[in-house]
Write a protein that binds this ligand. Sequence first.
Ligand code: PLP
Length: 424
Amino acid sequence: MHQDNSSNSLFAFEKLESNVRSYSRSFPVVFRKAAGAILEDENGFEFIDFLSGAGVLNYGHNDPDFLNDAMKYLKSNGIIHGLDMATTAKREFMECFDATILEPRGLTHKFQFPGPTGANAVEAALKLARKVTGRHSIISFTNGFHGVSLGALAATGSRYYRDAAGLPASGAVFMPYDGYLGADNDTSEYLDKVLADASSGVDIPAAIILETVQGEGGIKPASKDWLQSTERLCRKNGILLIVDDIQAGCGRTGNFFSFEFADLSPDIIVLSKSLSGCGLPLSLLLLKPELDVWRPGEHNGTFRGNNLAFVTGTAALRKYWTNEKLSEGVAETGNIMSDRLRQVAQSGRDQGLLVRGRGMMLGLDCNTGKLAERIVRKAFEDGLVVERCGAEDQVIKLLPPLTIDGQTLQRGLDILDSSVRASA
Ligand code: PLP
């Protein structure tokens, strides 16, 4: 039993922090330290981390090489804040990203650093698409999640978040995602039809924004065929394709970008979460050069680019993306995880448990939020941090660090397994 029942350790949070806090409710201990896939609380209890900061810590907590580079940079009085000025750290990051990620994939996209959050990057992407095309509407997909600031929220499906907006979350039209109407229904055909029909009521949008594996929406992977048809529709209708790779990118599904398996060529790619390698906030828009119609400073912000994050982001690229090892490891570990999860699902078959996902972005659909909640709560008591997603929070989302060692992974899966058995 790992849960911290010692007196008042959470009192300050309950007294001082807004009601809006959420993860501290799901994991009611005070965390103090972390390394790799292990989190430690103030009482010295260790937890295996299958949450990874909701996809921020693909390389685990506190990678010593990244921290070393960060410490050297800090000690040398490296620029910490530089607005969007030219800095050595930014140049090294862009040149390294270009050489290790873009060039080998034949991509010539330009870099835009918006504010530090994923939603900041989505806002910038939508704004740019509107500016380039002169159209205002955006097509997004059922169960999609793109952030909760107003522009990004318009493209986010969740009623819980939309209801909190206080304003109509307008500007996007939702179309059925792949599989939404059942496995036999190709929803891209419906999209094709409404775009071709001049009186369908659906305007030709500035952009279509999608996740190739929906994360918050319940770990829903789109098929290669559907993604390719959707890209073709974009080309046919002069619509920009935005891939939101904030959660599925940076190696989570195996390749650096989650769309590589489908050979897509997105006009705009948004990245954030694991981009800095160690949890520092950093977001990036990659845009095709011909879309770079911004006037200087037209999309502005004080915290555009984060120099310390550039340093650790460069360290991550150098350590993990100059060869295929990490990608191969993700494929291998992903298979181990999904095999084990299928066994777990089998043991809970009376509840109709289902496994979905790609690479190391996997979900155990428990059918009901109540069952999923019981399972993750029991898992937490036994030392595993794992969160839920999906419209009813019915899916257990497994995002261990991509670098997790085999033994820790097995221990985490064992805890999940026994939690399912105990809760079913
Ligand atoms: N897009 C996707 C696919 C995400 O998963 C998230 C966050 O979970 C966001 C956008 C928003 O990112 P942020 O929470 O940093 O604003």
